[in-house]
Design a protein around this ligand. Structure first.
Ligand code: FMN
Length: 340
């Protein structure tokens, strides 16, 4: 299962940090945890980002936050922080730097009510002066590059990403990622790549385009349409941890390695499952692994491997890891027999 990018050249720099290619795995709370980030890297993702960390909890040594910030051990370590108080942003950035972050990303894109009601995440796009004070505090706190991830604005009437990008650049930000939706869109509708291009024009910083990339060819299209330096892939990698790596290869070579099939795919699922149980412990690991198993079964269906409903339900609900693993193996074995 050793996968490596066909050619990981053609990267770029963020400050003094070398980014070895042009397709990133997006930060996704509850999804892009350490096991998933490691998988994406193994398949050639150019870069991965930690799940968002709430600044105060992180500084106070919250176990959950620390776990989210763990290093993958290969490539630049990019840690994302979220908050709305300059002091805590600076403190969190210092902790991240001390623990080995090569890049610190600020989240101004999260639309979740839990986050925006505390005026963090995308709520900061409603008050750019305050957003800039948070950026300045973070930039001043650390030596490593600080980067910013944002949406297009709060709603259709207040598209202010170009203005925020420009002001953020003046405040010392060194890379910008834009998800082509407003906060009020949440994840609905289509990401507006043209609007991302407008933000690109507002800044000379390294620039990442994000939203609705679901195949390697989309990565080339979004870069062409927006003028971005690189692409970030989120939901498209559900059940497909190889997608950012394929996109990175496609951008360099115009072709990419096929996804693992049959037994290789089964081994990958089992390995990911095992790693999740180790990472979180059995009880939490089992719970957190279920969504990945569900996505893997959807991917299997796209590949023509159909898992029957009863088996699927057992895989998704059983609290007995050995049984789940046996069912996964059985699902693939019976699919092979049917295909033969
Ligand atoms: C389940 C989930 C969790 C997310 N968590 C974060 C997060 O922690 N930090 C962040 O900046 N964006 C987060 N996002 C947004 C993604 O990084 C990305 O911007 C968005 O999904 C659009 O990209 P996509 O169309 O490729 O999924 C999350 C998205 C999803 C679906």
């Amino acid at each position: 299962l050793k996968q490596k990018s066909i050619d990981s050249g053609n990267g770029f720099k963020v400050g003094s940090v070398d980014i070895p290619g042009r397709a990133f795995l997006a930060p996704m709370s509850g999804v892009s945890d350490l096991p998933f980030r490691k998988l994406a890297l193994r398949f050639g993702a150019s870069m991965v980002v930690s799940e968002m960390l709430a600044c105060r909890e992180y500084v106070h040594g919250g176990k959950n936050a620390r776990k989210r910030a763990e290093k993958t051990g290969s490539g630049p370590h990019m840690v994302q922080i979220a908050g709305n108080e300059a002091y805590w942003m600076g403190e969190a950035a210092k902790v991240a730097e001390a623990e080995g972050a090569d890049i610190i990303d600020i989240n101004m894109g999260c639309p979740a009510k839990k986050v925006t009601s505390g005026y963090s995440g995308s709520a900061l796009m409603r008050d750019l002066d305050h957003a800039i004070t948070l950026i300045e505090a973070t930039v001043q706190a650390v030596k490593v590059p600080v980067t910013l991830k944002m949406r297009l604005g709060w709603d259709d009437e207040t598209i202010n990403a170009p203005e925020l990008a420009k002001r953020a650049e003046d405040a010392g930000i060194q890379m910008i990622t834009v998800h082509g939706r407003t906060r009020c869109q949440f994840y609905k509708g289509k990401a507006d790549w043209q609007a991302i291009a407008e933000v690109r024009k507002a800044t000379g910083l390294p620039f990442i385009a994000n939203g609705d990339v679901t195949k390697p060819e989309d990565a080339a299209s979004i870069i062409k349409q927006t003028g971005a330096d690189a692409v970030m892939i989120g939901r498209g990698s559900y059940g497909k941890p190889w997608l950012p790596g394929q996109a990175a290869d496609y951008l360099v070579n115009g072709f990419y390695r096929q996804a693992p099939e049959g037994k290789d795919f089964m081994k990958l699922i089992l390995e990911h499952y095992e790693h999740m149980l180790q990472h979180y412990g059995i009880e939490t690991g089992l719970r957190n692994a279920r969504k990945h198993l569900g996505w893997y079964m959807e991917t299997a269906e796209e590949m023509g491997i159909f898992v029957d409903q009863t088996m699927k339900k057992q895989i998704m609900t059983s609290s007995e890891p050995q049984f789940v693993k046996a069912l996964i193996s059985q699902a693939f074995d019976s699919a092979q027999i049917e295909a033969a």
